[in-house]
Design a protein around this ligand. Structure first.
Ligand SMILES: Nc1nc2c(ncn2[C@@H]2O[C@H](COP(=O)(O)OP(=O)(O)OP(=O)(O)O)[C@@H](O)[C@H]2O)c(=O)[nH]1
Ligand SMILES: [Mg+2]
Length: 407
């Protein structure tokens, strides 16, 4: 079963925008990348990382991570990504690889929409003159595809659902939840969408066509939160489009996925010192670099890193987890004095959990048994006891005291 704190990130967009490049840069998975549409047919799944400053420096200990990595003070927490086939207009009706695509994003908890900010690919991902295509259209089109997909699932028996809900005083939320559970949509999402859209959930038969569409759109925003990666920012025509994209109601991250991929691969070969999300890199083995590699690295530094602060890939992944999904990072420890687990590993684990998680809920997330035998928790910073209802904060280091054991 998927652990409750696991969240799947879907990388989506029309063909040829750099989705697989983004995915590959984030996961270092060897996957096919090419400058024509529909390079990706079967979805790629892989593990990327959320980056957070590790607490070991603050606590002045040397850590020994188990479920994550610590690179020079940066804690990298593994998260799952899925890269799917490009989406073309009409996908919801089955055009392109539409149905398959939509099937794959069912399970995604959040979406990264990779847009070709340079405007160098048309609405179906074919190469065009840079600047010729308007990436804002891609944002609108993708929203519409997902909306129409949800509408097509709901519309079929909407009238019946609405009537039954009213006549048999059944909650519309429960009925819609049943209908939409395959899309990873929960009752809380539906509840919030109806409330936000200002609709009367007791009288669904009175919803107009417009109300219904407004509900679906709100539901999409809540259940599949999305941010925009303005990719190919290295190309001159991207700058103006980035400004325009930023005016939309989304988090927009300027990105050069190609640069991140090059840096990650060079770091993997230990040619450079670079961690995902860094604003610079250091060349470690200049003698092993060819003149063209030198030039490429220099260009990345000047045109991408100095200009934008980073390549954008890490920033996008972090924004998904920390902003869109409002998650926090928690470190469970057993031995408070050494901040270690039962075998003496220091700060072994870090968990991403939704903001609002209480100490008791955290115990359950670690292990059901620990939740059941929970007595109290201790905050490692001030060594004070905290009660079961205390809401935990980002980067808390927590020891749980239970009737059976401590964690
Ligand atoms: N200039 C530039 N080109 C990029 C960047 N990222 C990707 N590309 C290029 O864009 C083209 C498409 O990249 P892919 O990663 O295969 O794109 P995709 O969105 O996965 O494409 P499909 O699988 O066909 O939908 C390739 O030629 C990449 O090298 C970038 O940041 N800048
Ligand atoms: Mg691809």
């Amino acid at each position: 079963m998927q652990k409750p704190y696991r969240r799947l990130l879907g990388v989506i967009g029309k063909p040829n925008t750099g989705k697989t490049t983004f995915f590959s840069a984030a996961t270092l998975a060897p996957v096919e990348i090419a400058n024509y549409p529909f390079t990706t047919i079967k979805p790629n799944r892989g593990v990327g990382y959320v980056r957070t400053p590790c607490v070991h420096e603050e606590f002045k200990v040397k850590d020994n991570p188990k479920n994550s990595l610590c690179l020079n003070g940066a804690r990298l927490i593994p998260v799952e990504l899925i890269d799917v086939a490009g989406l073309v207009p009409g996908a919801w009706e089955g055009r392109g690889l539409g149905n398959q695509f939509l099937d794959e994003i069912r399970r995604a908890d959040a979406l990264v929409h990779v847009v070709d900010a340079s405007g160098g690919t048309d609405c179906e991902g074919r190469l065009c003159k840079p600047g010729e295509h308007d990436p804002l259209e891609d944002v609108k089109f993708l929203e519409r595809e997902i909306d129409m997909w949800m509408v097509s699932i709901l519309k079929k028996d909407w009238a019946k659902i609405a009537r039954t809900a009213e006549a048999e005083s059944k909650e519309i939320y429960r009925m819609l939840e049943e209908r939409l559970s395959g899309l990873g949509i929960k009752r809380s999402h539906i509840f919030e969408a109806a409330r936000k859209a200002g609709l009367n959930a007791d009288k669904p038969t009175a919803w107009s066509e417009e109300d219904f569409f407004h509900f679906v759109e709100t539901l999409r925003r809540i259940s599949k939160p999305m941010l925009i990666v303005a990719n190919k920012i290295d190309l001159p025509t991207a700058e103006a489009n980035l400004k325009r994209l930023k005016k939309l109601n989304y988090i927009v991250i300027p990105c050069c996925a190609e640069a991140e991929l090059a840096l990650r691969r060079a770091a993997e070969k230990q040619l450079i010192d670079y961690k995902p999300g860094d604003c610079n890199f250091k060349i470690l083995k200049p003698e092993k670099l060819s003149p063209s590699q030198f030039k490429a690295l220099k260009t990345i530094r000047e045109k991408v890193l100095i200009k934008n602060g980073a390549t954008g890939v890490q920033s996008a992944i972090n924004s998904v987890y920390f902003k869109l999904l409002s998650m926090i990072a928690l470190y469970p420890v057993e031995d408070l004095e050494h901040l270690a687990d039962h075998s003496g590993r220091v700060l072994p684990d870090v968990y991403l959990v939704p903001y609002g998680t209480t100490a008791h809920q955290f115990a359950y997330l670690i292990h059901t048994e620990l939740g059941e035998s929970f007595i109290y928790a201790v905050d490692a910073r001030d060594k004070k006891r905290i009660g079961e209802d205390t809401v935990l904060r980002d980067r808390d280091v927590i020891s749980i005291v239970s009737a059976k054991k401590r964690t």
